[in-house]
Design a protein around this ligand. Structure first.
Ligand code: MG
Ligand code: MG
Ligand code: MG
Length: 306
């Protein structure tokens, strides 16, 4: 039996890593041979979660050539492992917009939920596979991370219901308190260079001839980002030019006040057009904006399509 490698997106986040671990475990319980993987360095938030539940970091995949692959938490080609063309994708489980093509029929499961982890938890239930304390803890952490402790507009009642059930198994008494502990693990910018801040949680997009990239940092307050904003804008400009982006954007989300400061470099005035708000010095604050996938990518995609 050929091994199945389960992997999330580049610049892995907690949902990507925990979903890969939980889904590989699920496949193993169904009698398949599956291995959880990652395609990049784990972030401090994910490290906190893995340490908390005493789970090993998944295997780092350098190449997926000739491998059977399950993609979790992404389906966009710009976010898959580099040599994905040489792999056999057998299944996709995701909660992002669909931007996928396949030559052969495959299993493709998407739901508009707050985290891929919620979809995977539901699969366990539907197939009557029990959760270990560790797996429940990882899935719970992933839901809390992606929904920003249920504050993101991507949160659904299903995410909350599933998270509550998982918390019982994982023996987490205060879900919100635990959630903020998880989020705070990566909310410091101390010692980070502008480049690290922009590209730590970064996604690439292509719409027609337009190429844009969006990084996101989630912070408890914007003081630290305000101190570094000039340095970041200089770096955005430099990277956009060398990597040929039409727009390079850093979304600095204040998870306490529930809004985001956009710092960007753009070829033309896309941001003002897409978000109908006046920018100043390559910056604009957007109240209520917390989700890249639901509130940032769609207006830009719409603009670039028009
Ligand atoms: Mg993700
Ligand atoms: Mg996700
Ligand atoms: Mg995210």
């Amino acid at each position: 039996m050929k091994n199945i490698y389960v992997t999330g997106h580049k610049n892995p986040d907690t949902d990507t890593i925990c979903s890969a671990i939980a889904y590989a475990n699920y496949l193993n319980k169904k009698g398949k041979k599956a291995i959880a993987c990652r395609t990049g360095k784990i972030n401090p938030e994910t490290k906190f979660v893995l340490d908390y539940f005493k789970v090993k970091t998944p295997l780092l995949l350098s190449s997926v050539k000739d491998k059977k692959i399950v993609l979790v938490d992404h389906n966009e080609k710009t976010q898959t492992p580099n040599d994905i063309e040489k792999a056999e994708i057998v299944e996709v489980i995701d909660h992002h917009k669909v931007s996928f093509e396949s030559k052969l029929p495959i299993f493709f499961h998407t739901e508009p939920l707050g985290a891929t982890a919620t979809i995977i938890a539901k699969k366990y239930c539907q197939n009557k596979i029990s959760f270990s304390k560790k797996i429940a803890g990882l899935l719970l952490s992933a839901i809390l991370s992606d929904t920003v402790v249920f504050r993101s507009p991507t949160t659904t009642s299903e995410d909350i219901k599933v998270a509550k059930a998982l918390a019982k198994i994982a023996k987490i008494k205060n879900i919100k308190e635990f959630g903020f502990k998880v989020k705070k693990a990566k909310s410091s910018l101390k010692g980070l260079k502008a480049k690290d801040i922009i590209f730590a949680d970064f996604k690439d997009f292509k719409v027609g001839k337009f190429r844009f990239g969006i990084g996101q940092v989630e912070l408890c307050g914007l003081e630290e980002i305000n101190e570094k904003k000039q340095e970041i804008i200089i770096e955005l400009k430099k990277s956009a030019k060398s990597k040929k982006y039409d727009l390079l954007l850093l979304v600095a989300t204040d998870i306490m006040k529930m809004g985001s400061l956009f710092l960007f470099w753009e070829k033309e005035n896309y941001i003002e057009k897409a978000f109908s708000k006046k920018q100043k010095d390559n910056m604009v604050y957007l109240k209520g904006v917390m989700s890249r996938k639901k509130q940032v990518v769609p207006p830009l995609t719409k603009l670039f399509k028009s």
